[in-house]
Design a protein around this ligand. Sequence first.
Ligand code: 5GP
Ligand code: ZN
Length: 111
Amino acid sequence: MDCIFCKIIDGEIPSTKLYEDEGFVVIKDINPQAPVHLLIIPKRHYSTLVDCNDSEILGGLVDVAKRVATEEGLSDRGFRLVVNTNEEGGQTVFHLHMHLLAGRSLSGRMG
Ligand code: 5GP
Ligand code: ZN
């Protein structure tokens, strides 16, 4: 399948991986929107959040995000989790993923 994130998961496209387990990888975003900008990506391909009804994967996204935020020392200062979904949601890569943003004040507008 012609999917950037599947290629990253398979190692065909290089990335900076911070975490990996059976179900997920966490990489640095190539175009960071905050000092810390990570992507939590399920290894299984779902195009969007709407296409995924697997509660283990949906819960796992948040579990992995929390774990990495804690490991990176971000949990006390704070961070933001975002899942852009479909066109008006701002999604550009159609392989389900969650953004973890941190490292500066993210208060203010959400959209
Ligand atoms: P979306 O807009 O779909 O929610 O987020 C896609 C994200 O993937 C964007 O923040 C974009 O910078 C990031 N991205 C796109 N292509 C690559 C890539 O090849 N490598 C990495 N590490 N991030 C990518
Ligand atoms: Zn994919």
